[in-house]
Design a protein around this ligand. Structure first.
Ligand SMILES: *[C@@H]1O[C@H](CO)[C@@H](O)[C@H](O)[C@H]1NC(C)=O
Ligand SMILES: *[C@@H]1O[C@H](CO)[C@@H](O)[C@H](O)[C@H]1NC(C)=O
Ligand SMILES: *[C@@H]1O[C@H](CO)[C@@H](O)[C@H](O)[C@H]1NC(C)=O
Length: 278
């Protein structure tokens, strides 16, 4: 049998098959039909196999002695795209559309990596996103399928590092130079930058979540009803609130200093006053 198999492999240009002629009962060796065709008539002792092309919506992928082509029986479902049309030699083939991967016959949306982590390998039609904790020097502040971003380099921009980045947020720079402020034209823009720098500095201090929430309540004048957020999430929200408030009223830095005193974060209050000469 092994020899036979080898012999068949050797003449793979024109594969054959054994057929028993219905009329004579004789065994004959017929030529197979090439891909895209089927056997319309089996061969006989004195006539070769008659092959015909597959009709529409039917195919044969290999050399064959089928009496009918196969029906293109794959249909693309929801969240799928056609990657191979049904033609005479191929069944229709489908794949999950962009942003989805295939799992147990279903197309599932690629997972997002939570804040503090990013995609080490982006998802494919066959595999989900692979997340990793952001490595040192990188951050991701939201849930996304993007990779972690590198921290910015303040010195390179001729600025001063105000807050060192971590895996949840970028490094924050400032051009504010406390004390150098004089009543020049640029001072309005500079004051604004200093206010923002002070807000950033306070928000990203290593403040216990409980006190951070108290600060937030005082500044936002909101009743106690915060959800169980992570420190990073509270920091982002609090910073956005303070930044918005700063644009509306200039007393926000003073309020923030007062609030620091109320919640007894004296060492931080001291640090802020010294750094920003307040
Ligand atoms: C069918 O599609 C395949 C892949 O796209 C292609 O290689 C092949 O030539 C096509 N066959 C016919 C008969 O058009
Ligand atoms: C997540 O953050 C990245 C980088 O800051 C940004 O490009 C992207 O649009 C954000 N995605 C969402 C859903 O907010
Ligand atoms: C403030 O500006 C005045 C002149 O406008 C200058 O004499 C003074 O040295 C400046 N002070 C500082 C601290 O830069």
């Amino acid at each position: 049998p092994l020899l036979l198999l080898l012999a068949e492999l050797a003449c793979d240009a024109q594969p054959t098959y054994q057929w028993k002629d219905a009329v004579t009962g004789q065994r004959v060796t017929c030529q197979q039909c090439p891909p895209g065709t089927f056997v319309a008539q089996h061969c006989s002792r004195d006539r070769a196999t008659v092959c015909e092309p597959c009709p529409d919506l039917h195919y044969t992928q290999y050399w064959n002695y089928l009496e009918k082509c196969r029906y293109c029986n794959v249909f693309c479902g929801e969240k799928q795209v056609e990657v191979q049309q049904c033609n005479a030699t191929h069944n229709r083939a489908c794949q999950c559309q962009q942003g989805y991967y295939s799992n147990m016959e279903l197309c599932i949306r690629h997972s997002e990596c939570p804040p503090g982590s990013g995609a080490a390998k982006p998802g494919t039609p066959f595999e989900d996103t692979q997340c990793q904790d952001c490595p040192h020097g990188f951050f991701s502040s939201n849930s996304s399928t993007n990779p972690c971003q590198p921290h910015q380099d303040c010195e390179q921009q001729g600025k001063v590092t105000n807050v060192q980045g971590n895996k949840y947020h970028d490094t924050l720079c400032m051009s504010c130079r406390p004390g150098r402020g004089n009543s020049t034209q640029e001072s309005a823009a500079e004051d604004d930058d200093c206010d923002q720098a002070m807000i950033d500095f306070v928000v990203y201090q290593n403040i216990p979540v409980k006190k951070l929430k108290r600060l937030q309540q005082i500044l936002e004048r909101s009743p106690k009803k915060q959800a169980a957020w992570t420190r990073a999430a509270i920091q982002e929200k609090f910073r956005a609130f303070l930044t918005h408030k700063k644009e509306e009223d200039s007393a926000v830095t003073k309020e923030l200093l007062d609030a620091l005193r109320v919640v007894k974060l004296h060492s931080i209050e001291e640090k802020v006053r010294k750094r920003f000469q307040l």
